[in-house]
Design a protein. Structure first.
Length: 150
């Protein structure tokens, strides 16, 4: 065997062993908090809330005006500049397990467009997720969901 071929043996062994090691999963920040329309289109749900926060929301007795500062649903407008000045719809808020459900007082109208916002998206994250992202939005970041009732 030539000396030149001996160089390739350690390289092949190294590549084989490094290919067989367990893949390291990188933990990324994942709040998982999302907004969706309920299957029957009668309510909007903020779901995947960490259980400790959902429990706090369940035991807290907030009035509807306070809920609107946290999670609100609006009728869509054609003027994009006026979206931020819309008044939130009236309705009832309930907390179930890891979701907050909003049921409008007058119901959603078929064919009408709406949007929903959660204004405290970063607060709903687990502390370790915030730390792993290494940032907390100071701009009042919100989570938005647009939908049309069919």
């Amino acid at each position: 065997m030539k000396l030149k071929n001996l160089f390739y043996i350690p390289v092949i062994i190294f590549l084989t062993l490094s290919g067989c090691r367990e893949k390291e999963t990188v933990k990324t920040a994942n709040s998982g908090v999302k907004i969706r329309l309920s299957p029957d289109s009668s309510s909007v749900e903020l779901y995947n809330i960490p259980l400790n926060i959902a429990e706090e929301l369940r035991t807290d007795s907030m009035e509807n005006d306070r809920w609107k500062d946290f999670f609100a649903v609006y009728e869509e407008t054609t003027d994009d500049e006026m979206r931020d000045f819309q008044t939130a719809m009236d309705g009832a808020y309930t907390v179930k397990h890891s979701l907050v459900e909003f049921i409008p007082a007058i119901g959603f109208k078929k064919g009408k467009a709406y949007f929903s916002r959660c204004y405290t998206k970063d607060i709903l994250e687990e502390p370790e997720d915030i730390i792993s992202k290494r940032e907390l939005s100071s701009t009042g970041d919100f989570l938005e969901y647009k939908f049309t009732v069919k």
